[in-house]
Each structure stands twice: as C-alpha cells, then as structure tokens.
Design a protein around this ligand. Structure first.
Ligand SMILES: C[S@@+](CC[C@H](N)C(=O)[O-])C[C@H]1O[C@@H](n2cnc3c(N)ncnc32)[C@H](O)[C@@H]1O
Length: 363
C-alpha cells in the first residue's frame, strides 16, 4: 500500500490505456492508495510470465490489476478480491469490457477459491503485515514455479531487516519462507518490493504418485544423456544426475550403466514441473571414502597420479578415493604426470567436503 500511490501518477505519462482508466476511477472515487507507477511497471513485467492465472488481494479501484491485465498474455485470467463493496464495484466497472478479469467482493481468503496462481500479488490481506492478517500459504496458492509479490516496504540493506527501529517481522517472514526463494527489490529510494518464486525442486513434496522420498525403487535405464541417465519406473520418469550415478570415479557414463539395464535406486526428490523423480544409484553403494577414513589418516600409500592441475596433482590412494598433493609440497621434486606412481602420506580427510589431503614422502 502506498499512501500517495494515486497522486504519484500526476507526473507520469505514457500509461497503458487500461491503467489510465483505473486511475480515473481511483481519482473520481477519492481513493489515494493505488500502487505506485514503479510497482505497476514491475507487475506489468511479471504478468507477462504468467501462463494461466494471476491473483491479487486488495483490488482498490483496480490500478494494480490494470497493470497486471495490460501485461498479461492472451488467454490468461485474472482474479482480484476487494473487501470494500463500493471499491469492488468501481473496479469491476473499469474491467467491464475485459471478460478475463474478475473482481470478487469479500475477504482476501476468497482468493483461495480460484488458485493455484502463476502470479499472486498480495496488496490487501494475506501479507502478514499486521497481527490479525494471517499470511497466505504460497505452497498451496502458487503453481510449482509460481511467483508471489508483496509490496510497499521501506528499502533495508541490513539483516535482520529493521523497520522503525524494530525487526521487520513480516519482511523477514517472506524473505525466509521455506517454500520460496525471495528477494527484496528496491523500486525507489522509499519503496521496496518482495518477489518470491516457489522453489522448483522438491521443496515440500515428500510423496508423489504413490512414491515416497527415501523409497528404494527398481527401474530400467531408457536413455543415457551427457547430463544424466533416464530410468523408467513403471511409466513414471526417473532421472539420475551424473554425481548421483556412482561413488567411484568414471570417465564415461556407459562405464556405469547401459540402456536396458535394471537398476535399484533411492528416491531423492520429486521435480514436479518436469513430472520427474530424482534418483540416486550412488546413495545405495558403500562409500569408499568413509571406508578409507576408518584407518586412512597418517597412512603412507603408493598411489597413481590421475590428474595434474595448476595447484597440484590428484593421486588415487584406494579404489574410489583420490587425494590432492598440493604443489607447494612438491618443491624440489619434478612435477609428476598422470600415470606416475607417487608415495604419499595421508595428512587430512574431510568427509563433509569430501577431500583428502596428501603430502609426498621422500621414498
Ligand atoms: C493498498 S490498497 C490496494 C491497491 C490496489 N492493489 C491498487 O494497486 O490500486 C489495499 C486494498 O485492500 C483492501 N483490503 C484490505 N484488507 C483486505 C482483506 N482482508 N480482504 C480483502 N481486501 C482487503 C482495502 O479495502 C484496500 O482497498
């Protein structure tokens, strides 16, 4: 909400005709709280990305809605809810010849009757800005890659964000919402907007089509692509990314699997926009690094150099385990090449970063 939103258009020209019409209605009705032109232009741009449905809470006299409707592509429907019956009537008149736009009179929760939305703008209800305003639930109201917009914040670069000296809880709520990736965008010195996109990859979903995250499934490899492997799970598409194929080092994917092979995998996640199940074969294999870590630290091993890099050389010290000999520790020695044998001591192992640090021994 902007106190002087409607007046902010006094010095603005070149507006879409529908926005002009809504502004005329807002002025005639004496409604000062229309969204500002900076926000309107953002809504116009975001509406262009919506595929089917756009929603808004707090229609006012329809200025924000007219920006949205002007930016939306053909076939996209728009629904906005306004609790003030007179404003809702005025706004409905603005869109009388736009059958794709519906203005609903009532509490903002009526927006729940129409979702899920590709784009949902909260400008009157559902924003969490006051104690009695329950926040809208983006996981339920947005399509899997939908966008939510909450406007009219004072720009704040610090964390946690402050407003009038206290932590700005509504802003923090949206910026940290687990179902969203939210950013704050400064539109003017005194105006910031939050734009949240619903996390694409398996944020909240733990089950899908009778399958469950963590479940072990069998499937058949149908295709090997450079970026991973497709697996048929009885009609549902599974996909294994390259790092999830094996814990062992390999040069080419067909060293690990072949088309037609039956594989057993763990379900990692559901990627609903792609209607795909993310799988891991590696998760079911014993971890060679964990095995090595049990008694590897301090050991002196003779290993084969697998790769020379600018900062040193990688040496295979056990099946599936490689460590780095940093070039600083190689001074005085001729730089080994791939295939050379090297005697090294294991001086560090980090299971979280999956790193093994080695240093050459004199033998
Ligand atoms: C900032 S104004 C909306 C401005 C409008 N979006 C625009 O761009 O012109 C807020 C509007 O939300 C409405 N409103 C506030 N709380 C509401 C609620 N709980 N349900 C529905 N509408 C609400 C108010 O009546 C007011 O018209």
């Amino acid at each position: 909400m902007s106190i002087s939103g409607t007046d902010a258009y006094d010095s603005t020209d070149l507006l879409p005709p529908l926005v002009e019409r809504a502004l005329t209605a807002a002025r005639a009705h004496g409604f000062p709280h229309s969204c500002r032109p900076e926000q309107g232009r953002l809504l116009h741009a975001l509406a262009g990305g919506a595929r089917h449905l756009i929603g808004e809470t707090g229609t006012g006299c329809g200025v924000g809605l007219s920006w949205l409707a002007s930016g939306a592509g053909e076939g996209v429907r728009l629904v906005s809810v306004e609790r003030d019956p007179e404003r809702a009537r005025v706004a409905a008149e603005v869109f009388a010849d736009r059958p794709e736009v519906e203005v609903v009179t009532g509490d903002w929760r009526r927006i729940e009757e129409y979702g899920p939305y590709d784009l949902l703008v909260l400008d009157g209800g559902g924003t969490a800005k006051s104690a009695d305003d329950t926040p809208a639930d983006p996981a339920r109201l947005l399509t899997p890659d939908g966008t939510i917009v909450i406007d009219d914040f004072t720009p704040a670069a610090d964390w946690p964000p402050l407003h009038e000296g206290a932590v700005d809880l509504p802003r923090r709520y949206w910026l940290e919402h687990p179902a969203l990736q939210t950013v704050e965008i400064a539109l003017a010195d005194d105006l910031a907007t939050l734009v949240g996109t619903r996390r694409r990859l398996a944020g909240a979903e733990t089950t899908w089509r009778g399958l469950e995250r963590g479940q072990i499934v069998r499937g058949v490899v149908t295709r090997i692509a450079p970026f991973g492997v497709f697996v048929d799970l009885d009609g549902v598409e599974g996909f294994v990314t390259v790092p999830e194929l094996s814990r062992h080092r390999f040069d080419s994917l067909d060293e690990v699997v072949h088309v037609g092979q039956e594989v057993t995998a763990e379900i990692l996640a559901f990627e609903l926009p792609r209607q795909q199940v993310r799988l891991s074969l590696a998760a079911l294999a014993p971890d060679p690094l964990t095995e090595f870590a049990r008694n590897g630290l301090g050991r002196v091993v003779r290993g084969t150099v697998t790769k020379a890099v600018p900062f040193g050389v990688f040496v295979r010290v056990a099946d599936g385990v490689e460590g780095l000999v940093h070039r600083d520790t190689l001074t005085g020695l001729s730089l080994p090449e791939a295939g050379d044998e090297l005697s090294v001591e294991v001086v560090g192992i980090n299971l979280v970063r999956r790193r093994v640090a080695l240093k050459p021994t004199s033998t």
